[in-house]
Design a protein around this ligand. Structure first.
Ligand code: SAM
Length: 343
């Protein structure tokens, strides 16, 4: 039987490994060789630059009922808000003023904004000389196409879990196949497409997580976001155990080794679960951070999971913390738009 070091070597050289090998690496007690290999590959393929994507969470209304998410429609414990287009653009200008070259617009699945309104916002953002990423859930092909035509560059839509049965349990009333179709449609339309997993969902096994990695590679995802599930009050999974930092880091390292050119954030959820999460993520394959550019009153209300909007009342404080982490690691802020290399 191959040792863990051998398996890591094979993966680093071939950029491929079957589900059984990935499961073995996910469950092995010794993770250091895996982390080191991911860091080497990250450096070789995407360098030392860390791209900062300015996140604007513009609405916490959601029509969905994802069991784990604090924004789910059935959660009556949170106060809902929507930013006006003018408010969104003001925060985007602030992000640009901070030197950021990407604006990410994220919301619950909120049908309130018309496609034309969203397209207008995208067109105005593009005049600010930024890359535009959308994360607004499942939409029709026509809507995705209209937003692309308006100038949107990237789209984030996590599969959450690629296991169809677990997906069905976590997402009542939703269709696994539709989510997969959305991802392939986004690719086909020319979006840089991001997906990813929630680690630690009840009933999720290491073999399922390994299958997620196989799914990402088959999609040829351009971006991968992997974060711990953090139980959220007001949801049916309030008392669940939640995801482990080490499993998240292993998943990130494996994603980097399988897909050396991806852009991958050290996620906010990782930094909430572990105070040292940004540093750990950036050392295990990540090359992106998404500082929150929203107003503190809204950040608190975008309560996907507890602790999320509480770390930094002010966006500039968060930027200082990120700069400090980068300095300690000998990494630097990316100066360009941070598209996938070699594209
Ligand atoms: N509605 C959009 C979508 O479905 O892609 C974007 C908004 S959604 C709140 C953004 C991400 O939050 C989801 O993809 C999910 O992975 C993450 N999320 C939701 N609940 C979470 C929880 N309890 N812990 C950690 N992450 C969570």
């Amino acid at each position: 039987m191959q040792t863990i070091t051998d398996l890591v070597k094979v993966l680093e050289e071939a950029q491929a490994l079957d589900q059984a090998g990935l499961t073995r690496l996910l469950t092995a007690p010794e993770a250091i060789p895996l982390y080191h290999a991911a860091d080497r590959v990250r450096k070789r393929y995407v360098g030392d630059e860390v791209h900062l994507r300015g996140l604007i969470e513009f609405s916490n209304y959601c029509r969905r009922g994802c069991l784990y998410c604090g924004l789910r429609a059935g959660n009556t414990q949170i106060r809902r808000y929507r930013m006006t287009p003018a408010e969104i653009l003001t925060r985007a200008r602030y992000a640009v003023g901070q030197g950021l070259k990407t604006v990410v617009l994220q919301s619950g699945e909120d049908p309130h904004y018309t496609v034309e309104e969203l397209c207008d916002i995208v067109r105005t953002l593009k005049k600010m000389d930024v890359a535009v990423t959308l994360s607004i859930g499942e939409r029709s092909k026509d809507t995705y196409a209209a937003l692309k035509e308006a100038g949107a560059d990237r789209f984030l839509l996590r599969i959450e879990t690629s296991n169809e049965q677990l997906y069905a349990r976590m997402h009542p009333g939703m269709s696994y196949q539709n989510r997969v179709n959305c991802l392939y449609t986004l690719k086909e339309l020319g979006y840089e497409t991001g997906t990813g997993s929630l680690v630690g969902l009840p009933g999720q096994t290491p073999a399922m997580l390994a299958a997620d990695l196989v799914f990402f590679k088959a999609l040829d995802a351009d971006m991968i976001g992997i974060g711990p599930f953090i139980p959220s009050p007001g949801t049916p999974l309030d008392h669940a155990a939640g995801g482990e930092v080490e499993t998240v880091l292993k998943m990130m390292a494996l994603a980097r080794l399988l897909m050396p050119e991806i852009n991958m954030p050290a996620t906010t959820a990782l930094s909430v679960k572990d105070r040292d999460g940004y540093r750990k993520g950036l050392s295990c394959g990540a090359n992106v951070i998404m500082p929150n550019m929203g107003l503190s009153e809204y950040k608190k209300l975008y309560a996907v999971y507890p602790g999320k909007g509480e770390g930094f009342a002010r966006s500039d404080e968060q930027m200082v913390k990120i700069q400090t982490v980068l300095q300690k690691l000998g990494r630097k802020v990316g100066q360009g738009y941070g598209f996938r290399v070699g594209r």
